[in-house]
Design a protein around this ligand. Structure first.
Ligand code: UD1
Length: 448
């Protein structure tokens, strides 16, 4: 298993282009199951999760051809197997995104029930409630969700439009909204989703569906209205830039110090972060005239000029609130603030596995339930640490950039699920970071 070895204390300088969004790409790729015509995607990131989605789609008869880096053509050529199997689903929870498209187009779907993961229990009850509202009959058979649309006159199975409420104990559901929107696009009649997720990735998916011929209004807001059509056609679409990747690099500039220019940055989707960064003392300058969805911005923090970072109170919330996917990274930054910060996790209350690892680097963090109180320290010290999930891994890499001495982040396969060649991109900005095979570290003779 690969690990990153980081020599901390080097500022980051230079520029970086933000890649296409993983979280937008995954449900968008699954939407290719809604038609037998080709879907041409651009700016698809080169990530392990994207490969997993290609494998899943291939097992469902939808094949991917990559004509150039980031350019992927998906086409469903065989609709005979609608079984998303455990072997693939267990590698990636976003496999559940195939449910709505498959059920809508093929009239039935069988998907292995996703289990829990490092960041919590993660149920799919809202997805199923949404499908049931559209008339589906759902059963659980041998660990698989089996969903069937009702039979219409003529014997064909087809969902029917209906009001769907997607509010749950922690707000709406992002992939649940994507699933219902896809399913409703081919249902008979009108669907109104109330309490829809407002994440920009939902609006990006709607853009593709509309290009395919779907009739959707309001995506990106809490009420989405969908008038079902009989068929959807092929279309081309460029995936939006990744707001979480962009935010991670912004926080990296703050924690390591230095100055970064980000190109293709979805600034309009990052206001909750940029507001907090300003409060903490990290400067973000947007270049006037730029498209806020693909903007250029400079992010800088020079400790000698700006003094110590300031503490903050941060609560994760559904979009446009502060994203849970940047909580771990911002928490690492707050470990170095001059004072006490409070971070409350309202989406995944268990998502604090990084705290114990940060403590090994000298951070002072006290966790009580969904809240972490961080007493800022003047410095972090390098240590061997273990990545537990995707964003926690990013947090540990950022902490390693700031720490004195050597940090080894083990199990970076979590990181590879969501960040393309992160070590190469950080190294190009001046960080001292390299990927090693962790076995080599274990077999290296002890020093001294
Ligand atoms: C997506 C993102 C993930 C992000 C999360 C929240 C992708 C591929 N993943 O995940 O990176 O952290 O949004 O912004 O886009 N819930 C239920 N019942 C359900 C579904 C969800 O109770 O049926 C709860 C979850 O446990 C969680 C909250 O709702 O507490 C939000 O989860 P959800 O928005 O569904 O997350 P995902 O779409 O899986």
């Amino acid at each position: 298993m690969d690990a990153f070895v980081i020599e901390g204390g080097r500022p980051l300088r230079g520029s970086l282009r933000v890649n296409g969004s993983k979280n937008a790409a995954l449900p968008i790729m699954a939407a290719a199951l809604l038609t037998d015509q080709p879907i041409d995607l651009r700016a698809v990131p080169d990530l392990a999760d994207i490969d997993n989605m290609k494998r899943l789609l291939a097992s469902l008869g939808c094949h991917a051809i990559e004509s150039a880096p980031g350019a992927v053509r998906l086409q469903s050529i065989d609709e005979s197997s609608s079984h998303a199997r455990y072997e693939i689903v267990r590698t990636m929870r976003a496999s559940i995104s195939a449910l709505g498209p498959m059920l809508a187009r093929r009239g039935e779907a069988r998907i292995s029930m996703p289990g829990g993961c490092a960041i919590g229990q993660r149920p799919v009850d809202l997805h199923l409630r949404g499908m049931e509202a559209l008339g589906a009959e759902i059963t659980l058979e041998q660990g698989d969700i089996v969903a069937r649309a009702p039979r219409r006159a003529g014997g064909k199975r087809r969902l029917r439009g209906a009001p769907v409420f997607l509010g749950g104990p922690f707000g709406s559901t992002v992939l649940g909204t994507a699933n219902v929107m896809c399913a409703a696009a081919l249902a008979e009649g009108r669907t109104i989703i109330e309490c829809a997720a407002c994440e920009p990735e939902i609006a990006d998916l709607a853009d593709l569906l509309i290009a395919m011929g779907a009739r959707i209004e309001g995506a990106g807001a809490p009420r989405i209205v969908i008038d079902g059509v009989d068929e959807l056609a092929g279309a081309a679409h460029e995936i939006m830039p990744d707001r979480i990747e962009a935010g991670t690099f912004m926080i990296a500039a703050g924690i390591a110090g230095g100055s970064l220019t980000l190109e293709n940055c979805p600034l309009d989707a990052l206001m909750a972060l940029t507001n907090h960064l300003a409060e903490i003392g990290v400067h973000v300058e947007e270049h006037p005239g730029s498209d806020p969805r693909r903007a250029r911005c400079d992010v800088s923090y020079e400790p000698r000029r700006d003094g110590r970072l300031k503490p903050a109170q941060v609560t994760t919330q559904p979009h446009p609130g502060f994203p849970t996917d940047l909580q771990a990274q911002l928490l690492a930054l707050l470990c170095l603030a001059d004072g006490n910060s409070v971070v409350t996790e309202k989406i995944f209350p268990e998502r604090f596995l990084h705290v114990a690892e940060l403590s090994r680097m000298g951070a002072q963090v006290f966790r009580q339930g969904p809240t972490a109180v961080i007493s800022g320290v003047a410095r972090l010290v390098g240590a061997p640490v273990m990545a537990s999930d995707l964003r926690a891994s990013a947090c540990l890499v950022l902490a390693g950039l700031a720490a004195e001495g050597t940090t080894t982040v083990h199990r970076v396969y979590h990181l590879d699920r969501g960040y393309e060649k992160m070590e190469e991109r950080l190294a190009a900005l001046g960080a001292r970071i390299e990927r090693v095979d962790a076995k080599e570290l274990e077999s290296a003779p002890a020093q001294g």
